[in-house]
Design a binder for this molecule. Sequence first.
Ligand code: SAM
Ligand code: DTB
Ligand code: SF4
Length: 327
Amino acid sequence: MTMTETAVRPTLDAVAALYRTPVLNLIVNAAEVHRAHHDPSKVQVCVLLSIKTGGCPEDCGYCPQAARYDTEVKSQGLLDVDHVLKAARQAKDDGATRFCMGAAWREVKDNTQFDRVLDMIRGVKALDLEACCTLGMVTADQARRMKEAGLDAYNHNLDSSEAFYDRIISTRTYQDRLDTLAHVRNAGITVCCGGIVGMGETEDDRIALLHTLANLPEPPESVPINALVAVEGTPLADQPKVAIWEMIRTIATARILMPRSMVRLSAGRIAMSDSEQALCFLAGANSIFAGDKLLTTPNPEFDRDAQLFATLGLSPLAASEVSNLHT
Ligand code: SAM
Ligand code: DTB
Ligand code: SF4
């Protein structure tokens, strides 16, 4: 069965009605959809590595890696392949089944650095891990080359609604993001695309983002929902923490609209209690990033997540189960 056959193609009003359902009903509805399409006791564990850090020319208001903001992030050029594969091996030993490599680039350039990233992808695949990259904008040809190297997924977030987008980023357009997503999709790489909750957007912005995601030509196989990590030195440093219920509503609505997708409870877990995270899992989140660092900001330690899984009766999705995900 393809994603299209089960995807809901909702109107904006339908997404708004869903999102605004009384929250406990919304959770129950999302939990039912989750159980119909996935084993709710399984959570995919992914590990992130920043392969090139800081010094980014873009002006994303949330991002500590933008060169123009004075943050504590230490810039680091592109790592060598051995360093990355050592981290990937460690991730696998720690129980991860997906390894995601992030670079603080505006876009990929056709140079030896990209060749090195292609070698990283080949190396991660040789370890039998799902390989994901997030490197900024890519052309159709670059996407094709990543596919050839074995890339499973490409992460490129829409972040928020089109209307709110230019309040947060001015150095590229929403259409630029959609173009890259189309290049990735056309190359046969699965799409990882989601957004951030808590940047000062309204409920309508979150609804519009979910509407756009569910109406992409094919819904993304992977939908990361990040809670803003407010970093000192960025324009969003003083953004007040958004109510957990907005995260939960966003996750639950994504789960109902994109029943077969992996919904990833991404950045922001360090600031959430166990019970808040449990509600996110109940509402349909079925993946996390593990390890004490996301790209540049802190994340719960492996041991803390192992304890959380034990408490909630959850277990990491096994490698053999991952290969069935997108068939
Ligand atoms: N430079 C590439 C790009 O922007 O596509 C890849 C790396 S970028 C850091 C990947 C994603 O991380 C962003 O699209 C954004 O959604 C998320 N992100 C970055 N900083 C964040 C923060 N402070 N809090 C939550 N999510 C964040
Ligand atoms: C996504 O949506 N979240 C991850 C991953 N895709 C690349 C990144 C979160 C980054 C949080 C800020 C940081 O650690 O620098
Ligand atoms: Fe650069 Fe990506 Fe950060 Fe934007 S989110 S500043 S593109 S690293």
